[in-house]
Design a protein around this ligand. Structure first.
Ligand SMILES: Cc1cc2nc3c(=O)[nH]c(=O)nc-3n(C[C@H](O)[C@H](O)[C@H](O)COP(=O)(O)O)c2cc1C
Length: 153
């Protein structure tokens, strides 16, 4: 089963509070750890940018669940590729710090006047998330560890 990385963007249906984002992260970390999925989630003013990496089967089933979530819509796949190694190994779902979703930072990767992740090119999304991964500290001890080799169901 090939290892894959999927990057998509979406728009939240309401402006979400921090505790609502925390709830999404908590469920994601528990579920993703079970199926060997790692990744990162960014939430700007209204848009999500999420990276999911793992076995193709696990990525597809996770994404097919996320797509039905009534908290967001306009899901747009930016990139879906086979990869040799993970950017977010050990991270069930890394919460991207606000600095990375600041307007100034995102404009650098956005190729246009106003940042809109839904219109981002695959190359820009890869550059943003790849640069972010380079800076990443190891996961905290209170976050579920994700085996880098996916477990069989
Ligand atoms: C922006 C966004 C990202 C999400 N990411 C994940 C994820 O990475 N993994 C996951 O299992 N659920 C994720 N969810 C939650 C799923 O849509 C769904 O609510 C959840 O998987 C249901 O889990 P449960 O059946 O264990 O309650 C995400 C939801 C949103 C809105």
């Amino acid at each position: 089963m090939p290892l894959c990385r999927l990057i998509y963007a979406s728009r939240s249906n309401d402006i979400l509070r921090n505790d609502e984002i925390d709830a999404i992260l908590a469920v994601s970390r528990t579920n993703n750890a079970r199926v060997g999925v790692t990744g990162a989630l960014m939430y700007g003013s209204r848009e999500f940018l999420q990276c999911l990496e793992g076995a193709r089967e696990a990525i597809n089933s996770t994404y097919n669940r996320i797509v039905k979530d009534p908290r967001h819509s306009e899901l747009t796949i930016l990139d879906f590729v086979e990869i040799d190694r993970r950017w977010f190994a050990g991270w069930g779902m890394h919460h991207v710090p606000p600095l990375w979703s600041s307007r100034q930072m995102l404009l650098r990767y956005g190729e246009r006047e106003t940042f809109n992740p839904l219109k981002m090119s695959a190359a820009s999304a890869r550059a943003l998330l790849g640069d972010l991964a380079v800076d990443l500290a190891p996961p905290r001890d209170d976050e579920p560890r994700v085996p880098t080799k996916p477990m069989r169901a």
